[in-house]
Design a protein around this ligand. Structure first.
Ligand code: NCD
Ligand code: ZN
Ligand code: ZN
Length: 444
C-alpha cells in the first residue's frame, strides 16, 4: 500500500518547501521537492494506491505531547486512554507521554506492567509511560524499563505524590535517569541548587514552567552553567574527563499553552475552569515565556492535558471545598500555537521543532519520528491553514467537554492525521486505530 501526498507545503524542524512524500509500509519512503508530475515520477510498476492532493495545505510531523494525564487506570470517569488518545489524534498529536498520577500510581514495575496491559488495546496514538517517584521505591525506579523518565512531584497537585524529603531527591538524582520535575518557583530553585551542588549525573526537566524567575534561571544555566548564581564554587569538580561542560545540555524546560495565553485575570474571571497547577501567573511571566520561546531557552511545548468533569470543577470552587487542579489541553494545543505563530509571524519550522524534533531528542526516543525524511515513521498531520473558526469544546473527543479557550479565533484545522502510514483521523472522524508504546534509549 503506497500513499502519495502531493503538491503540499512540507514543514518540519529543518525545511519548509512545496513538494510531496511517498509513504510505504508505515514509513516515509521518499520526499521530493516541486510539483508532482504523474508522467515522470512513477518508475514503471511503482504507482501509488492512494493519491492525496495537498494543494493549499500544510504537511507537518505528527506532534509529540510529552505531558498528558489520560487518567487510566483509576480515574476513567474523567478520561481514559481511548478517549484521551482519540482527542490527541483529532488534533494532530501522534505521540504522548502519560503521567504516573493514576490509581494506582505508577510506583512499581508491577503497576507499570498493569498500565501497559490496560492501555495497549485502547491507544489510538503512540505513547510512553512515565514512572513516579514515591515512598521507598528507589529500587523500582532503578529497574523500570523503557520509560521517558521519573516524575518527581515537589508541590501539591492532583494525586498525592508530593515528596518533601530532600534526601529522597538526592537519591533519585543519583540514579542518573532523567528526572521530570513538577516544581514551582522555590522548589525548582532548591532542586537545581541540590542538582548543581553535587554535580548529580541526571538530566533535569522542568514540567509546565510558569514563572519568569524559572525561565531566567534556566537561561543562565544553559548559557554558562559554571557561573550560574546558583552554582557554588565547588559545584563543578574538574576531572580529567571534565563532564561538567555538557551540563547545560542536561537541563530542559517545557511550557504549556495555558501559561502562554492566560494570566491570573482569567482565573478571577472564569473561576474553577482556570484553576490549575502551577496557577496562572502575571503578564510579566507570560511575556517571559514568549521571550523564552523566541530565544530558545524553552525547549518544547506540552499540554499538561489534565481532564476533570465540569461538575467536580464547579463544585470545587464553592466555599469550604478543596480546589481541583488541571484543564484539558490536547485538542487546543496545535490550533492555539499554530494561530499564534502565524499572528506573530514566527517561523512554522520552529513550531514543528518544538513539537516534534526537540522533544524526541530531549527524551532520547529511539523510534525515527518527528521529521519528514525518508526512513522516518509516517506519523504526519495535514493542516488546512485557510480555515477560519473558533475553538469549541462541543466536538472534543476528550471526556472533558469544556475549555477556557472556547470562543478563541483559530486560523487552522487538522484535516488528516496519519500514524505509521495509516490515516487514523479524517475530516472530523476517527477512521482507524494505530499506535504502540515507543522505545527510549536507556540512560542508566
Ligand atoms: C495535573 C492533574 O490533574 O493530574 N493537574 C494540574 O493542574 N496540572 C497534575 C499536574 O500536572 O500537576
Ligand atoms: Zn504537574
Ligand atoms: Zn501534569
Amino acid at each position: 500500500m503506497t500513499i502519495l501526498i502531493k503538491d503540499i507545503r512540507i514543514i518540519d524542524a529543518d525545511q519548509d518547501f512545496l513538494g510531496g512524500v511517498f509513504i510505504e509500509d508505515g514509513k516515509i519512503s521518499r520526499v521530493f521537492a516541486g510539483k508532482f508530475s504523474m508522467m515522470h515520477s512513477f518508475p514503471p510498476g511503482q504507482g501509488a494506491d492512494t493519491i492525496i492532493d495537498g494543494k493549499n495545505k500544510i504537511l507537518m510531523p505528527g506532534l509529540f505531547d510529552p505531558h498528558v494525564h489520560f487518567r487510566d487506570p483509576g480515574f476513567t470517569y474523567k478520561e481514559d486512554f481511548e478517549t484521551g488518545s482519540q482527542a490527541a489524534i483529532s488534533a494532530g498529536v501522534t505521540t504522548v507521554f502519560d503521567m504516573p498520577n493514576t490509581n494506582p500510581p505508577v510506583f512499581s514495575r508491577e503497576n507499570l506492567e498493569q498500565k501497559r496491559q490496560i492501555v495497549a488495546s485502547k491507544a489510538h496514538c503512540n505513547y510512553g509511560l512515565f514512572f513516579g517517584a514515591g515512598p521507598n521505591n528507589l529500587e523500582e525506579i532503578k529497574a523500570a524499563e523503557n520509560v521517558p523518565g521519573t516524575k518527581l512531584y515537589l508541590n501539591t497537585t492532583t494525586g498525592n505524590l508530593k515528596m518533601d524529603d530532600e534526601k529522597a531527591w538526592r537519591e533519585i538524582f543519583k540514579l542518573g535517569r532523567k528526572v521530570v520535575l513538577h516544581a514551582e518557583g522555590d522548589t525548582f530553585f532548591r532542586a537545581v541548587e541540590i542538582w548543581q551542588e553535587e554535580n548529580f549525573p541526571c538530566e533535569l526537566h522542568l514540567a509546565h514552567a510558569s514563572l519568569k524567575s524559572e525561565i531566567d534561571l534556566i537561561r543562565e544555566l544553559k548559557r554558562n552553567p559554571k557561573s550560574s548564581s546558583f552554582a557554588k564554587a565547588s559545584s563543578f569538580v574538574e576531572t580529567t574527563e571534565d563532564k561538567s561542560d555538557d551540563r547545560h545540555k542536561k537541563i530542559s524546560v517545557e511550557v504549556c499553552p495555558h501559561h502562554l495565553f492566560m494570566t491570573h485575570k482569567e482565573r478571577e474571571k472564569y473561576g474553577a475552569i482556570c484553576c490549575m497547577k502551577p496557577e496562572l501567573a502575571t503578564q510579566k511571566d507570560v511575556d517571559a515565556m514568549w521571550a523564552g520561546v523566541e530565544d530558545g531557552t524553552i525547549d518544547f511545548f506540552a499540554t499538561d492535558h489534565a481532564p476533570h468533569t465540569l461538575a467536580e470543577k464547579k463544585e470545587s470552587d464553592q466555599p469550604g471545598k478543596s480546589p481541583i487542579y488541571g484543564i484539558p489541553g490536547v485538542e487546543t494545543f496545535l490550533p492555539l500555537l499554530f494561530t499564534e505563530f502565524v499572528k506573530r509571524g514566527y517561523d512554522l519550522s520552529k513550531l514543528a521543532a518544538m513539537t516534534s524534533k526537540i522533544p524526541r531528542k530531549i527524551y532520547h526516543v529511539q523510534d525515527l519520528k518527528g521529521e519528514i525524511r525518508a526512513g522516518f515513521d509516517a506519523d504526519l498531520v495535514i493542516i488546512d491553514p485557510n480555515f477560519r473558526g473558533k475553538i469549541s469544546a462541543d466536538n472534543f473527543f476528550s471526556k472533558s467537554k469544556w475549555t477556557p479557550f472556547a470562543g478563541r479565533e483559530i486560523l487552522m484545522k487538522v484535516e488528516k492525521t496519519f500514524i505509521n502510514g495509516k490515516v487514523v483521523f479524517d475530516n472530523g472522524q476517527i477512521v482507524g486505530q494505530e499506535g504502540r508504546e515507543i522505545f527510549f534509549v536507556s540512560l542508566s
